[in-house]
Design a protein around this ligand. Structure first.
Ligand code: HEC
Ligand code: HEC
Length: 268
């Protein structure tokens, strides 16, 4: 099994640079799949059952008889949504995998892409390189992630509760959460730096703010309330307080944490 981090790290960097450079470019790849709602995934599923399942199987797990591969894990011929789109659109020359009929709309092909994509985010189909057990250890020991994050009622409040983070973040997103600086942080996690009328400076998460008062929580979870007329100045820091772990954790440790976080879901 290859190492997820070494594979994705260059991709993430490229995506980040792409983001900075590509505001005006209009490559199809940049837009990604716009047909990716639950509705689209279901439409893709129905189309798949009609046109694709006779070779790939109703569960999309492939069939030895037809030689059509399993589509629920990592694909061998495509590593991106655009790659899958192109396979469906143009087929794989010299194989039984024929292109879809020319009059099938792009939107419908994207719905198939969305359906295939949904298969590989089903945890039952994902085989991650890291170890869940080691990841759980790193979370509380070396990583000290629990100083800011709560899981099942244990841990800090300086970051989001991660008890069910596996349901809302893909392995790729979890990896970038840990490695790349957070340039796009929800207001809930902004930091306020407040200087009161006596010149005392305090920093903390912005808990409440209205016209008359401001409340922050510092690193030790103490709450500080300020009537606004007693504040000399305040500054809003819209970056994350979470450090990047690209230097402090090894690739395999990051893989372990991804495996652990991705396993965190509602108990069935
Ligand atoms: C007649 C049988 C057949 C049908 C119908 C068929 N496929 Fe395939 N498909 C194949 C075979 C065989 C391959 C493997 C070709 C190869 O790589 O040698 C394949 C490969 C693929 C791949 C690449 C898998 C990988 O691991 O990279 C995708 C994606 C795919 N098919 C999607 C579809 C979709 C979507 C449909 C329906 C629109 C469809 N196929 C219909 C036989 C079929
Ligand atoms: C100093 C506090 C702090 C520490 C330590 C910290 N985080 Fe975070 N983390 C945050 C904050 C604040 C956010 C929300 C803002 C953001 O996305 O950056 C966050 C966001 C995240 C997210 C995204 C959650 C979501 O719901 O989108 C993940 C995953 C995560 N952290 C994992 C970790 C892991 C794993 C570690 C330990 C290796 C760690 N964090 C250590 C503060 C922290």
């Amino acid at each position: 099994m290859s190492n997820l981090t070494t594979q994705l790290r260059p991709l993430l960097t490229a995506a980040f640079i792409g983001l900075l450079l590509s505001t005006s470019s209009s490559l199809a790849e940049d837009a990604g799949n716009l047909y990716n709602t639950t509705f689209d995934i279901n439409a893709g599923l129905r189309y798949f059952e009609r046109q694709c399942s006779r070779c790939h199987g109703f569960d999309a797990k492939g069939s030895d008889e037809t030689g059509a591969p399993d589509l629920t894990g990592r694909l061998s011929r495509a590593s991106s949504e655009v790659g899958i789109f192109n396979i469906i659109r143009t087929g794989i020359p010299g194989t039984a995998m024929l292109p879809v009929a020319a009059d099938v709309a792009d939107a419908q092909v994207w719905q198939l892409v969305a359906y295939i994509g949904s298969l590989s985010t089903d945890p039952a189909n994902i085989d991650l390189p890291g170890s869940i057990v080691s990841g759980a250890g790193l979370f509380t020991n070396k990583g000290a992630c629990n100083s800011c994050h709560m899981i099942d009622g244990q841990g800090g409040r300086q970051g989001p509760d991660l008890s069910r983070v596996g349901e809302r973040r893909s392995p790729e997103e979890l990896l970038s959460d840990m490695l790349t600086p957070h340039t796009d942080v929800a207001p809930r996690w902004w930091t306020m730096r407040v200087t009161d009328n006596d010149g005392v400076v305090r920093e903390g998460l912005r808990m409440n703010e209205d016209s008359f008062s401001l409340r922050i929580m510092d690193n030790d979870a103490n709450l500080w309330s300020y009537p606004k007329n007693q504040i000399a100045s305040f500054e809003r820091l819209e970056t994350s307080t979470m450090p990047s772990y690209s230097q402090t954790l090894s690739d395999s440790e990051v893989d372990d944490l991804v495996a652990y976080l991705f396993s965190l879901r509602k108990e069935n």
